[in-house]
Design a protein around this ligand. Structure first.
Ligand code: FAD
Length: 195
């Protein structure tokens, strides 16, 4: 039997997803979802806010075989969704960081005013449109505390690296050494393994 958490329409409790808030409407009956399932603002489970393990438990699907499962444990599953399925929070996050860091890697060393303005607009819109709404709200919070720095590639890449580390810390992941950002995302590692 899956471990369950109670949620109510329009409100998400987000074990394992930091930064989300919990509140309840007194006149509504709780709905049952497995632990870790995050609700969207429409009150329905939000796939791109939830790990595949929790999503699969919610749909009672055995992740390993793709068949309907006997067990709905959220702890036994570690892999993400199949490649041709909608992304879970981790797959979406990984792909998004790849895009964001790659944008930083191709940003000019000496951008024009127009390029600075475009990047600021992009980051602002991105933070509003990101499909995992709890992630998006936390990212907006980070941007309010630490204004995006877009005066050069180096400035933006270091800002982005710190922003990513802020999420890493929240999730209990190791912090990335930002002095290695250029090798990781632009030039490839000095040992030549990317060439
Ligand atoms: C804006 C945003 C907000 C997010 N918020 C949440 C959230 O609130 N809750 C949640 O559960 N998930 C969130 N995610 C997803 C989460 O950050 C991870 O993408 C996901 O957990 C998968 O992690 P991962 O270990 O595969 O590596 P990722 O964190 O996706 O990183 C991918 C690769 O980037 C490199 N890297 C790691 N840190 C840095 C860094 N600081 N600078 C440069 N490169 C680095 C590493 O090589 C790593 O393998 C968010 C994603 C984004 C884009």
């Amino acid at each position: 039997m899956a471990e369950e958490a109670s949620f109510r329409d329009g409100v998400a409790s987000v074990p394992g997803l930091s930064g989300a808030s919990e509140s309840v409407a007194a006149d509504q009956q709780p709905k049952k979802f497995p632990k870790g399932v995050v609700l969207g603002k429409d009150g329905k489970p939000c796939r791109s806010c939830t790990s595949f393990a929790s999503w699969a438990a919610q749909t009672k699907r055995d992740v390993a075989t793709g068949s309907r499962a006997v067990s709905t444990s959220t702890t036994a599953v570690t892999s993400g969704p199949p490649a041709d399925c909608p992304p879970d929070v981790e797959t979406l996050g990984r792909s998004t960081w790849t895009l964001l860091h790659s944008i930083a890697a191709s940003y000019p060393e000496l951008p024009s005013q127009g390029q600075k303005s475009d990047l600021l607009s992009f980051v602002g819109l991105f933070s509003k449109l990101y499909p995992c709404w709890v992630c998006a709200e936390d990212f907006q919070g980070y941007m309010a505390r630490q204004k995006p720095q877009v005066n050069s590639r180096d400035e933006f890449s270091q800002w982005l690296c710190r922003a990513h580390n802020d999420v890493n810390r929240k999730l209990g992941k190791p912090e990335f050494d930002c002095s290695k950002w250029d090798e990781r995302w632009r030039t490839g590692w000095k040992d030549g393994r990317c060439d």
